[in-house]
Write a protein of this length. Structure first.
Length: 162
């Protein structure tokens, strides 16, 4: 019995090794540009600041986004707890809320980022240290469930920087 077990084990290992030694064709690069940042494309609109956002992307390889899906804001999709407001019942389901930036002010947000952050650090550090995406939002907060608008239900504003 032991001899049969050893022989079958050797045959199985030999079969696995033979199957693993299959000749594969050489790897080839993907034709065209890969979509490494997801569905986001630049420019996002036809505003004067879109050219500056494109320049920042070319310089730092970071997307500065003002058009996004709410679930994009969260580190892991598993943790997304988006809140909802139902205007007909005037009720809020608790969770995280984001207020997208008004497109009239995105240019000012870019100018502010350049003045308080990008201006003070060398480009080599910013290329290595900036995240792949920077979301330009008006505000980001958490609210409890209850009657009324989300801003009325004990909002906790986040100082989002990570």
């Amino acid at each position: 019995m032991k001899k049969l077990f050893h022989i079958s084990t050797i045959l199985m290992i030999t079969g696995l090794v033979a199957a693993g030694c299959k000749k594969e064709k050489a790897l080839e690069p993907t034709p065209g540009k890969e979509n490494v940042f997801g569905p986001h494309t630049l420019p996002q609109g036809n505003h004067p600041y879109d050219a500056e956002i494109k320049n920042l992307y070319n310089k730092y390889n970071t997307l500065f986004l003002y058009k996004y899906q709410p679930a994009d804001l969260y580190f892991a999709f598993d943790y997304w707890k988006g809140g909802e407001y139902n205007a007909t019942t005037d009720q809020t389901r608790g969770g995280l809320f984001d207020v997208p930036s008004d497109e009239a002010w995105v240019g000012k947000q870019i100018d502010l980022l350049k003045a308080i952050c990008l201006h003070y650090y060398p480009d080599s550090l910013l290329r290595k240290g900036l995240p792949p995406k920077v979301f330009l939002v008006d505000s980001f907060y958490s609210a409890w469930s209850g009657y009324g608008k989300p801003i009325d239900n004990w909002p906790e504003f986040f100082n989002v920087y990570s």
